[in-house]
Design a protein around this ligand. Sequence first.
Ligand SMILES: [Zn+2]
Length: 309
Amino acid sequence: MPTLGTTKLLDRAGAKRPDDAWMAEQRAHPASRFMVLVDLKPVIAPVPDRTSASIRWLTLEDVTSLALVTDDALFLGLDTAGRAHFALSITDHLARATPGAVQYFRPVVDLRTLAMQGVFSPEDQSLAGQARALGQWHENARCCGKCGSATKVKDGGWRRKCWACGTEWFPRTDPVVIMLVTDGERCILAHEHRYAPGMYSTLAGFIEHGEDIEHAVRREVGEETGIQVGRVEYHASQPWPFPHSLMIGCIAHAETTELNVDTKELADARWFSRDEVRSMLEGHHPDGLTAPGRHAIANILLRHFVGDR
Ligand SMILES: [Zn+2]
């Protein structure tokens, strides 16, 4: 996912979302555009080569011809021409049962795959990420966490309300710290059990209740590697819609150097020199070790570390 600072995004028009009449007008406007997610995977426009991809935006006419219900369409925002953009999150089961679906709902590609391939523009990646995170939240928020009754979509998808007890529910974002731990000359990278062989990345972990960013960085690094961290600097952030996280990228300055790796969490962790990291980023590490690609904020932190800004 690109960082938001690099993208030209839609105006989310937050003040207009609660206006039901306005939202209904936008859903029924012939100029409005609809992105379809099938099992949370965006429908993309077919392209002859596979070096680029873009969101396939459907018109109201397309949506109507497919008899898709737009009542609960997720409002993404307005473009500079004032056109409303929505996402329709449907199941693969519905897509298969919809006449004409093959023409409109293929191909669909998992957003993480698209990100790793780097084929989407930053704008499309960001919009599809917004839609995916919101669509996933709705999948998990159909029932009220307080009384168990059904909740209804409000504000173009940015609120749900329980019909029985009236409790309101809002889309959530889970903050994650991701940190490059350095002693000034070297940095710590880890290989997690789930990674591809030879892949090493920066440490990361969820922020817990009652923690600030600095505390979470120090706790996670301490738990996973036994290293004590002093100064923590914020570097950059990145929305990560799997399912709805915000990655908060930091530089963590180590005050100790002896590693005591938690092998339940990590398969391996060790210190890497700048030259070694550079060779991993450039794809010619002597032992074939690799680092995350440009879709990942870990890559931004690593490039910062080696001086490629
Ligand atoms: Zn309730």
